[in-house]
Design a protein around this ligand. Sequence first.
Ligand code: GLA
Length: 399
Amino acid sequence: MPSADPNSTDDHDHASNVARQIFRDKTGAEASHVVYAPGRVNLIGEHTDYNGGFVLPMAIGLGITIAARPRTDRRVRMWSAQRPAEPVEFEVSGAMPPGEPAWSNYVRGVIAGLQAAGAEVPGFDAVVHATLPGGGGLSSSAALEVAMATLGELLAGVTLGPERRALLCQKAEHDFAGTPCGIMDQFAVVFGKRGHLLLIDCQSRERTLVPMRGDDVSLLVINTMVKHELNDGGYKSRRDDCYEAARRLGVGELRDATPRRVDEARALLPERLFRRARHVVTENVRTLAAVDALRAGEWQQLGELMYASHASLRDDYDVSCAELDAVVAAARGLGLERGVFGCRMTGGGFGGCCIALVQAARAAEVEAALRASYRAATGIEPTIFATQPADGPAVLLQP
Ligand code: GLA
C-alpha cells in the first residue's frame, strides 16, 4: 500500500522495483531507465480549462512508473502490469498512426509528438506499472503520457521543458486517444508540487502555487468505481456547447464573460447553452474564491464552494451521475457536525471520483461512514483514500 506521505522515496522505490522485476521477467535484461509521473485530482474548477478559465488541481501520491531499456532497432515492445493480456508492439516511424490496444495510443501519440519536435526516439522495451486506478478520473492517461514523454526525452537525449512537454502530451490525447481535453490534467501532472495546489489560468497558462495550509484538514478521494469514457461524445458535446455559447455572447472564450453578462443574455441563448455557460462563468468565480478560502484556512467556506460546484456540474452541466450524487449526498448528510466541510465530483464526470474536504482528526470515521452510505445507496464497494498534494514527474534511474 502506498504510504500517506506523498512521493515518499519508499513508494517510488517500491514501484520502481516492481516495474524492474517485471522488465527482467519479460526481457531477460536489466532496465536502464525508470521514470515516474503522478495522477492528479482537481479540488475545484471543472470544465473550465477548455474555456480559458481557472482550475485548482494537484498531483497526488499515486502514479505510473515505466522501466525501460533502449533497443538498437526502431521496435517498441511494451507490457502493462495492470493489462497483462494487452502487450504492445510497433515500429517507431515518421508517420505513426494510432493503433491497438487502446492504451498504446498514449505512447504512440507522445512518440509522434517528440518526433515532430525533432527528437529521434529509438526503439525500446518497457514495462508500465500503475499504482493509480485507470479510467477512474485521476488522469491515468495524463500520467502515462507524461511518464512516456519524460522517458522519450531521456532516450532521445533532448529536453523539451515542462510546458512544451505538457502541451505535447495534451496533443497526443487529442490526436491519438480522441479526447479533446483542455490543459488541466497534463499541467497538473507536470507542475505538481508537494504541499501545494496549482492555480492555472488556462487562458494565459499562468500558474500559481497555493500552499495547502494546516494539518487540521484532510482530502479524501472517493472512487465510485463507475467508469466513464470521455471520448464517447459527452465531453466533446459540452465543449461544442461552450464554444457556441461564447459565439452567441460575442466573447472569444467563456472566460471572458461574467455571471451577470450570461444572465443578461439569457434570451439570446437556448436553455441548454445558457446552463452550460452559467456553469462555466460561476465556476470561475468559485475557483478564485476557493483560492482565497484556502489561503485564509476558511475550510467551511471552501467546503460550501465545493458543494456549489457539484450542484452546478449536476444541474447546469449535466456531467454528474447517480453514483457521484450519492457520494455527495452522503457527505452532506454527515455535515460539519461529523467533520465534513464539502464534497464534489472531480474530473470530467460521468462516473469516476469525488473529492471531500474533511477534518483530519475525523477522516477515518468519515471514510467509514461514506463507505457504508455509498454501499447502501448503490450496492457498490467504493475505494476511498486520503491524499495530499504531491510532486510531479521524477527520473528514478538512468545510466
Ligand atoms: C477531463 C479533461 C480536462 C478537464 C476535465 C474537466 O479531465 O481531460 O482537460 O476538461 O475533464 O474539468
